[in-house]
Structure formats: C-alpha cells, structure tokens
Ligand binder design. Structure first.
Ligand code: NAD
Length: 275
C-alpha cells in the first residue's frame, strides 16, 4: 500500500514536470505534412496550438480539425519570409494567450535542380524560406520565449543537410545552414533558458515528398532504409513534442535524425558486404 502510494506520488511528480499541458506552441508550416502532424501532436498533449502557414485555408483546416477533436488551436496566415506577418502572428499570440513556450518551424521548400542548372532565384528561395525564415521567426519570438519557464525551439531540417545527392544542391545546402544555425542558436540562447534543437527527417510520406519523388524512387529508397519503410509525419511529430517538452530539459543545440536508420545505411551496407 505504502509502495503504491509512493509510486503514485512519483508518477504525479513526473507528470507535473514533464507535461506541456496549457503551454503555447506555434507551429510554422503547420498547414500540411509534418507541420500538420506536429500541430495535432501538441494539441493531443494538451498544448494550445497556433497553426501558422503561408496557406490560410490549410492552416484553418488543421486548426478546425484540432478544435473538433477537443483541442485548442487558432490559425494564422504567416509567410516566414515576411517580417510583417511574423510580427502580426506573435502579436496575436500575445494578445490571445499572453505567452509562447514552444516554437516549431516546419516551413520549408524544395527546389530540385542540378547545380549547373539551378538559377539564382530558386537557389535564393531555398535560403530565404529554409534559413532566413527560420532565423527571423525564432529571433522575433525570442522576447516571448525568454519569459517562458520552459522555452524551446525545434527547427526541421533534413538528412539532405548532411549528405550530398544529385538535384539536392540548393535544398541540402540550405538545410546544412539551418542545422548550423539551430546549433548556434542553442549555444547562444542557453543563457536565456531557451533550448534549440533541430530534427533531420529522412524520407517522410508528406505532400512535399510525394510531389518530388516518383513511385519507383520511393520504392528504391524504402528498400535502402534499414527499417524498410518511409516515415510517417506522426513519427517526426512525436520527436518534436519530446524535444520541445521539459522531458528534454538537458538537450539543446543538437541535431537529431528521424530516418529509420537511413543516415547509417552506408555503414550497414558495408558491414553486409564485408560479411
Ligand atoms: N517529407 C520529407 O520527407 C522531409 C524530409 C526531410 C525534411 N523535410 C522538411 O520538413 C518540413 C516539412 O515538410 P513536409 O514534407 O511536411 O512538406 P509540406 O509541403 O507538406 O508542408 C510544408 C508546409 O510549409 C508551408 N510553407 C512553405 N513555405 C512557407 C513559408 N514561406 N511560410 C510559411 N509556411 C510555408 C507550406 O504551405 C506547407 O503547409 C520542410 O522543412 C521539409 O524541408 C521533409
């Protein structure tokens, strides 16, 4: 009996210090794919969610979906490349909820081209959205985040940020920059009590991937992944919730791959061929 009570007490204490309940999360790029799953995962864990996206219809649809399932969410139209949009979004969060604890940036674009063919406009677009957007959004949110007792930023980069592949030049280079940016933010903002981490997903079944990868390439890729399948958006979302939550209180300035083992696949193949 005494043991049970102690176990209950421990469980209650653990729940109290690890929960994101009633905290406020802003999910940029929350209207589709990984961001949509992240918004749902935060709401399912009791957070109030701001679904921010370039596409108002998609942001509203995700927020409405969350509300219909009993969660708390609002939709905001926001282009991470437009400072006025960022400022308006943060002002709305401040006036509605008076706090911001967690920022997850999933907004991203891919402009697949071989390096010799890549025009500067598409190259710059990758950097404008994937790098500058992440920087502007995070540092604009910093004053609100600094007031949170458990603030955290999670950026979504890509495995392509650490590995080269044909047609992936501007995307991969921008994601490499985003990884470095996130790590530097984590180191610099530790003094403000704001943790910053970056997730590098492998291949995740979202509209972005489906639009840029043929069925044949998808099958070949799945074959190379040690877990032999593409990821689901929800699997990245669960990691984002963990990293953003107080459960990850000693993790900052880190890149975490969520890729079914793909980043280690060359080693797996070599080991197989050696044996
Ligand atoms: N799907 C994958 O396999 C995969 C792999 C690695 C990394 N990623 C990264 O994950 C993130 C999410 O990708 P996804 O696959 O869910 O794509 P997606 O296209 O389904 O979702 C991206 C969302 O970002 C929004 N967006 C685009 N530009 C924006 C801007 N300027 N401001 C605000 N919102 C903007 C889009 O409207 C869309 O709702 C991206 O950063 C992508 O690079 C995806």
């Amino acid at each position: 009996m005494t043991e049970d009570r102690n176990a209950d007490g421990l469980r209650r204490d653990w729940m109290r210090t690890s929960t994101i309940e009633d905290m406020v999360a802003l999910v940029a790029g929350g209207g589709s794919g990984i961001g949509e799953a992240v918004a749902h995962a935060f709401a399912a864990n009791g957070a109030k969610v701001v679904v921010a996206d370039l596409r108002p219809d998609m942001a509203e649809s995700v927020a409405a979906d969350i509300r219909s399932q009993g969660g708390t969410a609002i939709a905001i139209t926001m282009d991470v490349c437009r400072q006025a949009d960022i400022d308006a979004a943060l002002a709305k969060v401040d006036s509605d909820w008076g706090r911001l604890d967690m920022l997850v940036n999933c907004a991203g674009v891919i402009t697949p081209r071989r390096l010799v063919d890549a025009d500067l406009a598409s190259w710059r677009k990758s950097f404008e959205v994937n790098v500058e957007g992440a920087l502007q959004l995070a540092r604009s949110a910093l004053p609100m985040l600094k007031k949170s007792p458990a603030a955290s930023v999670v950026n979504v980069a890509s495995l392509a940020g650490g590995r080269a592949y044909p047609n992936g030049g501007s995307y991969g280079t921008s994601k490499a920059a985003l990884i470095h940016l996130s790590q530097t933010m984590g180191v610099e903002w530790a003094e403000h009590g704001v943790r910053v981490n970056v997730i590098s997903p492998g291949s995740v079944l979202t509209p972005l991937l489906l639009a840029n990868m043929s069925k044949a390439t998808q099958a070949a890729r799945a074959e190379r992944i040690p877990l032999h399948r593409m990821g689901a958006p929800r699997e990245v979302a669960d990691l984002a919730v963990f990293l953003a939550s107080p459960m990850a209180s000693y993790i900052t300035a880190q890149e975490i791959c969520c890729d079914g083992g793909l980043s280690q696949a060359l080693m797996v193949q070599k080991w197989q061929s050696d044996n």
